[in-house]
Write a protein that binds this ligand. Structure first.
Ligand SMILES: Cc1ncc(COP(=O)(O)O)c(C=O)c1O
Length: 488
């Protein structure tokens, strides 16, 4: 028999942990210094060419680096070149800074590294509690099992709309899990024009096709219920199966809240699945000044919300909530013998309610973020952001070279520039170029969209430290950048 010499040395766990303790302490100090320095740095800057190339061309290391080296590299090459959302003058997309409690909890969650599916370990029970907390925060009825954390709003939307598809096809006598979509009746979805693109993507992915979408007219934020019901009748008469009605609890462009109660009534009358996208705006219901506008959200069949948006839970943390847990279990439950754990329990495993098997520990950072502020603290932060949005809207209206695109309902303000002397024919081109021009100046960060057919800027206020000072900076920067945008 041949013997092999083994040159592999045993790892010294004690020494490894000592190195971890030292390097991790240095990392925490470096991260705290980074966070402390953010407000006095430019909001965002393009990466220096040398750093970009260094990152892109990183060679695969042959030999092990020390943890101290990794910390030094991360602090030098990565943290200083962030997206900008840590800065209180960042108003882009829907990206808050991370809550410090959530950052801290992320380390502990990674140190445990469970797969949050089932079993008697803390992460599983904590996710169940946190999902219930999220439902309680926004006033959505909750039964055990009727919701789970996801990677974000887009993934949660796929989960919910899969429930809608399954229920509608089952009612039409079609078993989509067994037969796929071949031979299935054509489902129809009623979706407002301002719904987030993740709704369309989910419908495409689920095989309904974007042609299954009927645009739901919401003139001035009002629903023509009779018109919608007539359309449903026409679709039904033509052989389609009306299945889904979508509303937004805070649109991505302007933060508008759709008439959820009226939508829910039509959905109930027509037997449609009512889905509410509250990824950005559902937490707005915590602001007493606008809570009434959310009436009807609690009646939805499914609700998506994103703890990684207004709450500031470090990415990723989305959440799908449903009225009836079995609507998801009917879609996703599949238990092979090697995954039989908890399969006869009343609620079952998380993998029976969504597409993921191995699931990350998203609940710890979500728990920490909510617990570190409490319901009252979160409500105060939400109300403050909405008040700041109204203040920004007033500043825009007072500034002759800007105009408001829509009055803010939550914490998003949509507006446009109209510099003196700029011909109306050039305004669209100018407003399209403006976000990048503002970003490049480094003092505020805003992004653009198209709203009402016109190029528009939108400022989303989510940073707990944003104040009147940053609003004034944003207005001044947009006005100054608009005067400077070169003609093409
Ligand atoms: C209203 C709305 N819905 C859905 C989404 C998608 O969420 P996510 O980016 O977490 O997938 C967003 C993202 O900004 C959003 O604003």
């Amino acid at each position: 028999m041949r013997t092999y010499a083994c040159a592999v040395s045993e790892p010294d766990t004690g020494a490894e942990l000592q190195a971890f303790r030292r390097a991790a302490h240095a990392l925490v100090d470096g991260v705290a210094d980074h966070l402390a320095a953010l407000p006095s740095r430019p909001v965002w800057q393009p990466l220096p060419d040398a750093v970009r190339e260094r990152l892109l061309d990183l060679p695969l290391p042959e030999r092990a680096a020390t943890l101290d080296d990794l910390v030094a590299t991360a602090l030098r090459d990565v943290l200083p070149h962030a997206m900008g959302n840590g800065h209180p003058a960042f108003f882009g997309w829907v990206n808050p800074p991370p809550s410090p409690a959530g950052v801290m909890a992320s380390l502990a969650a990674a140190a445990m590294n469970p797969s949050v599916v089932s079993g008697d370990h803390a992460d599983v029970h904590l996710e169940r509690a946190v999902v219930r907390w999220l439902a309680e925060l926004v006033g959505f009825p909750h039964a055990p099992g009727a919701g789970l954390l996801t990677s974000g709003g887009s993934a949660a939307t796929i989960v919910c709309l899969a429930g809608a598809r399954n229920r509608a096809l089952a009612a039409a006598g079609h078993d989509v899990r067994r037969d796929g979509l071949a031979g299935a009746p054509q489902l129809t979805a009623y979706v407002p024009a301002e719904a987030h693109s993740c709704v369309r993507r989910a419908l495409e992915l689920l095989g309904l096709g974007s042609d299954s979408m009927r645009e739901l007219p919401l003139e001035g934020g009002r629903l023509d219920a009779n018109g919608l019901r007539a359309q449903v009748g026409v679709d039904r008469a033509s052989g389609a199966v009306p299945a889904l009605l979508v509303g937004s609890a805070g649109t991505v462009n302007t933060g508008a809240i759709d008439p959820l109660e009226a939508l829910g009534e039509v959905a109930a009358a027509e037997g449609l699945w009512f889905h509410v996208d509250g990824a950005y705006g559902a937490f707005g219901v915590l602001d007493p000044a606008i809570a009434d506008r959310y009436r009807g959200m609690e009646g939805a069949d499914s609700l998506v919300l994103d703890p990684h948006k207004w709450l500031g839970v470090p990415v990723d943390a989305g959440c799908a909530l449903v009225k009836r847990a079995d609507d998801l279990r009917d879609v996703f439950s599949l238990i092979p013998p090697y995954l039989r754990q908890d399969s006869d329990a009343a609620v079952g495993t998380f993998a029976e309610y969504g597409p993921e098997q191995t699931r990350p520990f998203r609940a710890l950072k979500t728990w920490a973020t909510i617990a570190a502020r409490g319901r009252a603290g979160i409500a105060a932060q939400v109300a403050r952001a909405n008040a700041l949005a109204r203040e920004l809207a007033a500043l825009v209206e007072r500034e002759p070279e800007l105009e408001l695109a829509a009055p803010p309902e939550t914490s998003i303000v949509a507006f446009r520039a109209r510099p003196a002397g700029c011909p109306p024919t050039r305004l669209d081109e100018l407003n399209r170029a403006l976000p990048e021009a503002v970003q490049a100046r480094g003092r505020a960060f805003v992004t653009g969209t198209v709203f009402g057919g016109r190029e528009t800027l939108r400022a989303c206020i989510l940073h707990p430290d944003t104040s009147s000072e940053q609003l004034a900076t944003l207005v001044a920067e947009v006005v100054a950048a608009a005067r400077d945008v070169p003609e093409r």
